[in-house]
Write a protein that binds this ligand. Structure first.
Ligand code: ZN
Length: 278
């Protein structure tokens, strides 16, 4: 990959994570992220830096992936010659329509749209994004890595994704930048940029609690693992904000943690997120 493209992707990742932190838990880690963003921006060649800043100032991504010959920033179908040039990555190319810079990526994992099974009856809240089969009322794992692996395996065994090992790897890379434990015993490990399908999440509970990061005040008892396709990359911030809002309420946490079965957990989650996740 072209080194500047690589830098731009890392920078974009940091900006996205800063947005996630802002919606989930306010000021935590923001200084660290701001410093990292500043440092990385300063390293870009001047013309690229100015181009990136112009896009960022409009709240747009400076660089976006090409998905199935389409610019994922604006949705325009790109000429095959441009897709090839972006794939070769000898220089930095931009979308002729929206000016966002482009990169080519082999997908990290695949959502299987056709195998999705959802109950159509329950409306609102997280119901659109999950299924009773993705509820884990009693996580058997006790470490961050094992919990993420357990939840990714669940998504795979229930037929929602393939390549769960890649999901685990991508999710742990995200945790390594800034932990997704957001206070109140909630953690939201997630993977962005998954190919195809819709946003999907699994929920796991741990009555003992998990030490998610070293400086958390409260052990993590509620884990929401989210798989986010590129197409849902604008919506998922609202979902994160809604989940953080729901579980900032002590009564809601108590209600969820009292559930011992998958169906009860599913119903309680639907009810508790109806107003916060729309
Ligand atoms: Zn575009």
């Amino acid at each position: 990959m072209h080194p500047v493209v690589n830098q731009l992707i890392q920078l974009e990742e940091l900006i996205l994570i800063r947005n996630e932190q802002k919606v989930m838990n306010g000021e935590a880690h923001l200084d660290k992220l701001n410093d990292a963003i500043k440092g990385m921006t300063a390293k870009l060649p001047r013309d690229i830096r100015e181009h990136a800043e112009k896009l960022n100032n409009k709240q747009q991504s400076a660089i976006v992936p090409i998905g199935e010959q389409v610019c994922s920033g604006c949705g325009m179908i790109l000429p095959i010659s441009l897709v090839q040039a972006v794939r070769l990555a000898r220089e930095v190319h931009s979308c002729p329509n929206c000016a966002r810079m482009l990169y080519f990526v082999e997908s990290a994992a695949k959502r299987i749209a056709s195998k999705r099974r959802r109950t159509g009856r329950q409306k609102g809240g997280i119901a659109r994004f999950s299924s009773p089969s993705l509820m884990i009322p009693k996580l058997s794992s006790t470490s961050v890595e094992d919990v993420i692996s357990e939840m990714a395996s669940k998504l795979e065994s229930e037929g929602f994704v393939e390549g769960s090992d890649k999901l685990v790897e991508a999710s742990l890379q995200r945790e390594a930048i800034v932990s997704t434990a957001v206070g109140h015993g909630l953690a939201v490990p997630h993977v962005r940029g998954v190919e195809g399908g819709g946003l999907t999440l699994a929920v796991g509970l741990s009555s003992k609690g998990i030490q998610w990061d070293s400086d958390q005040e409260q052990l993590t008892q509620i884990v929401v693992f989210i798989v986010i396709p590129t197409a849902a990359s604008a919506f998922y911030l609202k979902l994160l904000a809604g989940l953080a809002e729901t579980f900032s309420d002590a009564d809601a946490r108590k209600e969820i943690l009292a559930e011992k079965g998958a169906d009860g957990l599913w119903k309680a989650l639907g009810k508790l997120t109806r107003k916060t996740v729309k």
